[in-house]
Design a binder for this molecule. Structure first.
Ligand code: CTP
Length: 401
């Protein structure tokens, strides 16, 4: 059995909340971080407390919420500096236009701005404001200056704003902010590597409104793509039909059928160092899909299916293939069948699991198969498994030339 690296340790993060309606999304972010095992200290500006109360954040973080530079009760007068010294990052979300102006000019007239100025850790800000405020020359100047100062600007996103306008200014979603913090903590195991991933089901048309598909949710492939991007890889995700959101910093190519997926992969594989085939690709497709909707006749209907291209085997058989990783969902004799598949497809690494366990579920229990044998991993959620697979691939990859 191999010795496996441990995942990144939980960190301590200061979450700063300034005045903006998006503060309600920060409550969800704090909940997610705490669930990840992160210790979260919430610091609010006076304006921030107008939108969500400190009690809400205290309940979610399980820790006292700080709002006042002059509050007594800290162990010494430099409590604010201590708070940032122990932290891995300060994330200000939402960051109002006023707070960005303050930061850009080095003001320190409340606890949060003082903390930001006195920090030794990374500072990330997630702006949230009305579109005109965001586009104003003064805000853009402040943001440019903050970037020069090494502050990471997360978003803003585009869409419906609380002021009933549409445009730039929406705070990024809690999941995206969590991913940015995770990326900060992840070892950059795949820095500079180009990773091509397939994910989700495929859809094989029978006629314009019907087709053959399967119950793959795409969650495993999307979780892996996100983890690879967080580990510094340039990730292209070829996705079958799924409503999942594209992970931050991942290039997504949407496809429908197995043939589309094969084409999308073969068009891009020359540029890939690693190819990870997580999609549940249909093995068969209707030989002659009808251009018209089929009418029922009352008789039995026979549809002739023909095999699809095995994308993974095709890529692995190339003269100098990328590092190829396959997945095998088996219902019986999991390890024997999976190892046979690994040998047949000539893969250095294959991830085997029970089909009944994997499809559609939020967690998974897998065994890695490589030339050294079988390495079972404990059951874990798919996000954790995505990160773990990145580590497993990272330590096995041939060194970059
Ligand atoms: N795969 C692929 N292209 C296909 C079929 C499968 O790239 N047309 C990839 C999957 O993404 C997965 C691996 O091959 O990484 C295993 O797929 P699976 O369907 O389990 O294996 P098959 O070789 O099709 O064997 P069988 O269905 O008979 O178990």
């Amino acid at each position: 059995m191999s010795t496996l690296p441990t995942p990144p340790r939980p960190a301590r993060v200061v979450v700063g909340v300034t005045g903006g309606i998006a503060a309600y999304k920060t409550a969800e972010l704090v909940r997610l971080l705490v669930k990840d095992g992160v210790t979260v200290d919430v610091v609010m500006t006076q304006a921030g407390t107008r939108f969500v109360t400190p009690t809400t954040f205290q309940a979610l973080s399980g820790r006292a919420v700080l709002t006042d530079l002059w509050a007594s009760g800290t162990d010494n007068a430099m409590g604010h500096i201590g708070l940032s010294r122990g932290a891995d990052a300060i994330l200000v979300a939402p960051a109002s236009a006023d707070f960005l102006a303050k930061l850009a000019n080095g003001h320190a007239d409340d606890l949060l701005s003082t903390l930001c100025l006195a920090r030794e850790c990374a500072l990330l800000v997630a702006p949230a404001m009305n579109v005109q405020m965001w586009n104003h020359a003064a805000t853009q100047r402040n943001v440019a200056r903050l970037r020069e100062d090494g502050v990471t600007i997360l978003g803003p996103g585009s869409g419906d704003l609380a002021c009933n306008e549409v445009g730039d200014g929406r705070m990024l979603e809690p999941e995206d902010l969590r991913a940015a913090l995770t990326a900060l903590r992840s070892p950059k195991l795949l820095a500079g590597r180009r990773v091509l991933v397939t994910a989700g089901p495929t859809f094989e048309a029978i006629d314009p409104v019907r087709g053959i598909t399967n119950t793959s949710s795409g969650k495993m492939g999307f979780a892996f793509a996100q983890a690879a991007a967080e580990a510094g890889a340039r990730v292209t995700l070829v996705a079958g039909p799924t409503p999942l959101r594209t992970p931050p910093a991942v290039a997504r190519v949407d496809v429908r059928s197995a043939a589309d997926m094969a084409q999308a992969v073969l068009d891009r594989v020359d540029d890939a160092d690693v190819f990870v085939a997580i999609a549940a690709v249909a093995d068969y497709t209707p030989a002659a899909p009808s251009e018209r909707k089929l009418k029922k006749s009352g008789e039995a209907l026979t549809i002739t299916l023909q095999p699809t291209v095995d994308i993974l085997a095709t890529v692995a058989a190339r003269p100098s293939p990328p590092y190829c990783v396959g997945f095998a969902a088996e219902s019986h004799d999991v390890l024997e069948n999976a190892e046979t598949k690994r040998k047949r497809k000539k893969l250095p690494l294959l991830v085997a699991n029970r089909a009944q366990d994997a499809l559609g579920s939020d967690d998974n229990e897998v065994t890695l198969l490589d030339d050294a044998g079988a390495h079972p991993l404990p059951r874990m959620d798919k996000r954790s498994l995505g990160r773990r697979l990145v580590e497993e691939i990272g330590i096995r990859l041939p060194r970059a030339p």
